[in-house]
Structure formats: C-alpha cells, structure tokens
Ligand binder design. Structure first.
Ligand code: UDP
Length: 407
C-alpha cells in the first residue's frame, strides 16, 4: 500500500493508476527542487507535501534550500514585489548582493541531478552552473509576471533563458521568451493537516486553545503579513460592514524565512486593529497547519483580498472546506473563482464590504458558492493533478522539441 492510494476515493482510481504509469517511466532519474525557504508561504507548503508523495511513488526527488543573509532576502523581496508590478528602487549594489549569494550557494550545492527544478527568482541564477553539467534545468515561476517591472525582469530574463523551459501558473503570466513555457497551476493536498477533515470537537478544542470566541460568525483571512495581501484593506472592509452585521474578523498570519517585511506589516495591522474588540490578529508559528485548518473550518466567510497574487493557495484551501470566499480579482485567483459561481471576486474595499454583508445575510447563497468552489478544487487544484503534470514535465525535460512522448 502506497500513501498515494489514500487519494483514490477523492480523485478516482484512474487518476492514481495513470500516475503510477508515469512514475514508472521516471524510475532512476533524480529530480532536485531548489527554493528559498523550507517554511512559510505557498512554495514551501507545496514542496513539503509534494516531495514525500514523489518518493512514495518511487521517484528520486530531493529538495534543497538556498542560504542567504538578511541583505539577500531584502533584495529578493524587492525583486518579488517588482515582478508582481509594485515598483521598487533596486540599486546596483542590490544586484551585486544577489550575484554574490548565488555564487556562495553554487559552491555549497550539488546540482548534479538529472532534472534541476528551480523555484522562483531567489535561486534562479544558479542556472549559471549548467554549462558545466549535462542535465535538464526547469524554472518554476510562482509569481504573476503580467505587470512586472521591466528593470528587474530585464536583469533576470537572460538567466531564465538559460533554462530548458519555464513553468507559469496562469496563461496571463506568460512572457516573450526564447524557451518553451509550460502552464501548470499549483495545488493543495486534501490529506494534509492543513486540509484534511477535522472532527467538530477538535475544531472546538483548537479554537478554545487559541482563545478565539465563537459567539459571533467568524470572517477570516489567512496570509503572511504582506502588503500585497492587503490586510489593512480587509480591516477597512470589515469596519464598513460592522454596523450592519454581527461578526468577528480574524487575521491569521505568520512569517516566512525569506520575507523580511512581515514584522513591519504585522505592526501596522496590530495598530489598526487595536481599538476594535471584534478584530483578532493572530500570529502563529509556521507549523500551525491544524490550527489554520480549524480556523478556516470554523469561519463563515473567508477573505483573500490580495492586491497581487501568484496563485493564492489559501483560496483553494478555503474552497475545499466548502467556504464562501471573497477574493481580489488578481493573479491566479480568477483561475480558482468564477465570480458569483464558486466565490466572489472583488476590486476594492467597497466591493469587499458589499459582498461581506451580502454573504452574511444570505447563508444559502454563501453555502452554494462554497459547494461549487469545493468541486472546482476537486477537479483542478488537488496535488494529484499537480504531481501528474510535473511528472509529464520531467518526462519531457530535455525533449521539449518533440511533439510526442511514448509511455
Ligand atoms: N500559511 C500558513 N500560516 C500563515 C500564513 C499562511 O501556514 O500564517 C499558509 C497558507 O495556509 C498557504 C500558504 O501558507 O498554504 C500561503 O500560500 P499562498 O499561495 O496563499 O501565498 P504566498 O504566501 O505563497 O504568497
């Protein structure tokens, strides 16, 4: 019995059988993932589930995390924001810091796997090493590049074009590049502690332990404390609606090792929420998967009011729990939510406030949105579909000009 067999009742046996077929063809090939943090944020969330599942299927999957100082992560956070379309001042010294840290990591890491799978801009320049190696290199971009700042992109693009191919999460993120571009959406794991079913008693115990009162409906946003997740916009929307509804707002967040801005944003959020007894700000350690699961399940409405978003795993996490989600119509979020069918897409604080009031007043409609959302996630955004797509990509690595791969 493999762990992957537990997914059969959720996605169907044909899906799992096909995955075993693909895995068999990858036997003996090593796949090395490299990113910039082991905990915090969506990429680490996915890799923490994906790597054990790959190994369970017999793949030789490895995961390395690059190392860098505070100055490096300050630079790569600027890159992140700029690539998401939020202008930054990037200095010549910033680029030097990026190059120097790349060199340090190149001397530390063994990149001699059959497939080197690099995630996001932080480790992208490791591809310099590929001239000395005869393996396949793939770049997985989790960022919405549709409004990218040209300066940072012009710096990164020559590195990106040294890869065999790159992977984007949504069609709108595709770029003019000399290498093939592949479309693969991220996913959530329905059997992880973050997403598995929880008995009501367990939810209750967790909420009590976290001192979250349940006397009023809970409205929640789970996100790193990052300006692009717009926690202050969520507070504004909630406060507009408060005179008309009974509800509590919870902003749940934590930090990521590669995000140096979190503490500052958390401080601003605390300051804004401070005077309102109906707003709770919770900062949880990055291992709090069951706690976040319980809070999402105990919520009546979930916000993901991002201003920019690569994909937004938190949206699929909430939809999978059958929750109505009000989310920013940005990045990969519209892939997950069809407006007024599987959730609500908003463009402003006013829109978010309007829909929060509607959903709290119309529970039957809110329930229907959640049900449709869960089905959308089952069909499109579970880890089994994601792993299948990755296996097809690894199989085609090095043969991307061929039109057919025989299994
Ligand atoms: N997350 C978490 N603790 C937090 C905040 C977020 O475990 O305090 C998780 C969240 O449940 C999700 C991931 O981190 O699985 C965030 O991924 P997403 O794609 O939503 O955003 P990112 O942080 O990658 O921009």
């Amino acid at each position: 019995m493999h762990n992957i067999d537990a997914y059969r009742p959720i996605v169907g046996s044909d899906v799992i059988d096909e995955m075993f077929l693909l895995a068999k063809h990858l036997e003996g090939r090593s796949i090395l993932n490299v990113n910039s943090t082991a905990v915090g944020g969506g990429v680490a969330e996915i890799l923490n589930r994906m790597i054990p599942l790959c190994r369970d299927m017999g793949l030789n999957a490895q995961w390395e995390v690059i190392q860098g100082g505070e100055d490096f992560y300050a630079v790569t956070k600027k890159f992140h924001n700029a690539l998401h379309g939020d202008p930054q001042t990037v200095t010549a010294r910033d680029y030097e810091v990026y190059e120097e840290t790349t060199e340090e990591n190149l001397s530390r890491l063994n990149l001699d796997a059959d497939v080197v799978f690099i995630h996001d801009p932080q480790p992208a320049a490791l591809v310099r090493k590929r001239k000395m190696l005869r393996n396949s290199w793939l770049w997985r971009c989790h960022i919405d590049l549709s409004r990218r700042d040209p300066q940072v992109w012009d710096f990164l693009k020559p590195y990106v074009e040294m890869y065999d191919a790159c992977v984007f999460s949504a069609p709108a993120f595709a770029q003019t590049l000399s290498i093939p571009q592949v479309l693969i959406a991220p996913s959530i794991d329905p059997l992880s502690d973050k997403n598995r079913e929880l008995p009501p008693e367990e939810i209750e115990t967790i909420l009590q332990r976290l001192q979250i009162p349940t006397d009023k409906p809970l409205v929640t946003q789970v996100s790193r404390f990052d300006r692009l997740k717009d926690p202050l916009g969520v507070i504004q929307a909630f406060q507009k609606v408060k005179p008309y509804v009974e509800a509590r707002l919870i902003l749940v967040g934590g930090s990521a090792d590669d995000d140096p801005e979190g503490a500052r944003v958390l401080e601003e959020v605390r300051e804004k929420a401070h005077a309102d007894p109906d707003i709770l700000v919770l900062c949880l350690p990055p291992t709090s998967h069951r706690e976040i699961n319980a809070i999402q399940r105990a919520s009546t409405v979930i916000f993901q009011k991002s201003l920019r978003e690569g994909f937004g795993l938190t949206v699929s996490e909430a939809l999978w729990k059958g929750k109505p989600v009000i989310a920013g119509a940005v990045g990969g979020i519209p892939l997950q939510i069809a407006h007024k069918y599987s959730g609500i897409l908003v463009h402003s604080v006013e829109g978010a406030a309007y829909w929060l009031k509607q959903l709290l007043h119309e529970p039957a409609y809110a329930k229907k949105l959640g049900e449709n959302g869960r089905e959308t996630v089952r069909q499109n955004f579970l880890i089994t579909r994601h792993l299948r797509d990755y296996m097809l990509l690894f199989l085609s690595a090095g043969r991307l000009d061929e039109t057919m791969i025989r299994l």
